[in-house]
Design a protein around this ligand. Structure first.
Ligand code: F6P
Length: 528
């Protein structure tokens, strides 16, 4: 990490020294009798158990001191005060204001009136009975959050609409979303903060044509836009009264709480959405008001820093043992990697190692795919296990098996299995020594287990806000701006140039490999 101040450097060096200690999680668990007291934090329905991390109490104390010395409290105060901490874009970062925390009076007023408008609109659509389907078109932050929440409650809440999503520019995405729907009964909601995103534009155009083919001049009545670029939506011919704004101080990946959640409001009703906001809001208060040493997002962030910067793990696996939130790894991929996947700090200098790769899949599916690597591969990865204690499937015996698997995996990662244990099991025989070696589990692999008492809109709000604030804390420690995303721009520009070349048949200047790929495509078009 690129650190200027001497006292911070000393703290960092001390942590590097601690990382060289040859510790075993299982020994720490036995030796530190108060380990659970110090490594478990709870807020409402969410309990996070960090005790299976490769962190001693001594290290934890040093990590907390290091985080505090990064001026974390000052940055947290700036965040909640609405200072323009997204300095490369000269914007405040106020997604918490969407949950009624922080923001100036005028921000609060804007949020309140937008929420009222959304609720009224949602209630009208629900009452009218004119629509039976909703197609939500958007990508990245304009897709992942609403999709995660929709999937979380599809099976358990009272959903009145066939709610579908189209995100990819691949024509298969909008085809799937519209398949079998009746344009007369379908509401299309186009969600794009910028209203310039290529994928969303093409999908929206396709959907509009689909509406027009059946409804003619009335197609616009079935079109709604959610955007921070009102003019862009007007130019797209969305009726003004069907445009829902949000603001530049809401980052795309932090926007599910805004009018971006309109499709959720309509499909599930405003009260579910309200509970979702309340859950997040309670986590905001926890993050804002709890001292650093008892603060859930801070704890999660410093453990992540420890694993990334000191134990050199380059990835973090997120495994929800809840099919209903199987989209969580994809959501967190954007939240964490688009926020902190950077290498230049706030002073424009290389900052060193930052955000790990975030990846994962639902448990137990992952167990039959990549868990082999987690247990015996090199070097493995820390895991966030997420489990919901209360069953919502109506099949308690499945639920018990699901959670048994979750708890067993974290135990197995920690304990491993020695060669001696294996030899005892397999006994002396053909190639027993080699086989025993292969059947050995190194163990000592770190994990956190987060449990939600129940999967409710409130607890999901808690969980997402926890990760949001964790990302903020890590950004402060790495001294980067977590709220811009310049890294996505270059590819967009090149794609638009290449598309133009393909369409006009002009030859651009490219490397040999790219030129050949373009040529292959152009030829395949000629032959089709
Ligand atoms: O390309 C990245 C990105 O800008 C994300 O940050 C954003 O969530 C996504 O594209 C969609 O952007 P928009 O909401 O402006 O269509």
């Amino acid at each position: 990490m690129n650190i200027k101040s001497t006292h911070l450097k000393l703290k960092y060096k001390n942590l590097e020294k601690l990382a060289k200690d040859d510790l075993k999680i299982s020994h720490l668990m036995k030796a530190e009798s108060d380990r659970l007291e110090n490594f478990v934090l709870r807020e409402g329905p969410l309990r996070a158990d960090f005790s299976k991390q490769l962190v001693s109490q001594k290290t934890l104390k040093s990590l907390k001191e290091f985080a505090a010395a990064c001026n974390l409290e000052e940055w947290r105060a700036k965040l909640f005060a609405g200072e323009k901490i997204n300095d490369s874009e000269n914007r405040a970062v106020l997604h918490m204001a969407l949950r009624d925390i922080g923001g100036s009076d005028s921000v609060k007023e804007n949020v309140r009136s937008m929420r009222k408008r959304m609720e009224k609109f949602a209630n009208n659509i629900r009452a009218e009975g004119k629509f039976n389907s909703i197609v939500h078109i958007g990508i990245g932050g304009s897709d992942l959050g609403p999709r995660l929440v929709a999937d979380a409650f599809r099976a358990t809440a009272d959903i009145k609409f066939d709610l579908r999503f189209a995100e990819n520019i691949d024509g298969a995405s909008i085809n799937d979303a519209l398949d079998g729907l009746n344009p007369k009964k379908t509401l299309i909601i186009v969600v794009s903060k910028s209203f310039t995103t290529q994928e969303t534009h093409m999908n929206a155009e396709a959907a509009f044509k689909w509406l027009e083919s059946e409804l003619g001049v009335n197609a616009g009545k079935h079109l709604v836009a959610v955007t921070a670029n009102r003019q862009g939506a007007i130019d797209f011919k969305v009726p003004e009264e069907q445009i829902f704004d949000f603001w530049d101080w809401v980052g795309g990946r932090y926007s599910v709480w805004s009018s971006v959640g309109l499709s959720l409001q309509i499909a599930f009703g405003p009260s579910l959405f309200g509970e979702f906001l309340k859950g997040a809001s309670k986590m905001d208060l926890h993050f804002r008001d709890q001292p650093l040493h008892e603060n859930l997002p801070v704890m999660m962030a410093i453990i992540g820093i420890w694993n990334r910067n000191f134990l050199n793990y380059s990835s973090l696996a997120v495994i929800p043992y809840s099919r209903n939130i199987r989209k969580l790894p994809a959501f967190l991929q954007q939240l964490e990697m688009e926020s902190n996947g950077k290498q230049i700090n706030r002073e424009g200098v290389y900052t060193g190692i930052t955000c790990p790769i975030i990846w994962g899949d639902q448990g137990t599916n992952g167990q039959h795919a990549f868990f082999q690597w987690l247990h015996q591969g090199t070097p493995g990865a820390p895991v966030d296990f997420i489990a919901v204690l209360k069953d919502s499937s109506g099949r308690p015996e499945h639920h018990a098996a699901l959670l048994a698997n979750c708890f067993a995996q974290s135990e197995a990662l920690m304990l491993g299995k020695s060669k001696e244990q294996v030899l005892q099991e397999i006994g002396d025989g053909f190639k027993s020594d080699i086989i025993a070696q292969q059947k050995t589990f190194p163990g000592n692999r770190p994990s956190t287990t987060i449990t939600l008492d129940n999967l409710t809109p409130y607890s999901l709000g808690h969980l997402i806000a926890l990760y949001e604030h964790k990302v903020f804390v890590q950004g402060v420690i790495w001294n980067i701006n977590s709220f811009d995303q310049w890294g996505v721009e270059l590819g967009k520009v090149l794609a638009s140039n290449i598309l133009q070349e393909m369409q006009t048949g002009t030859e651009g200047k490219h490397d040999a490999s790219t030129s050949k790929l373009i040529e292959l495509f152009v030829n395949s078009m000629k032959n089709s």
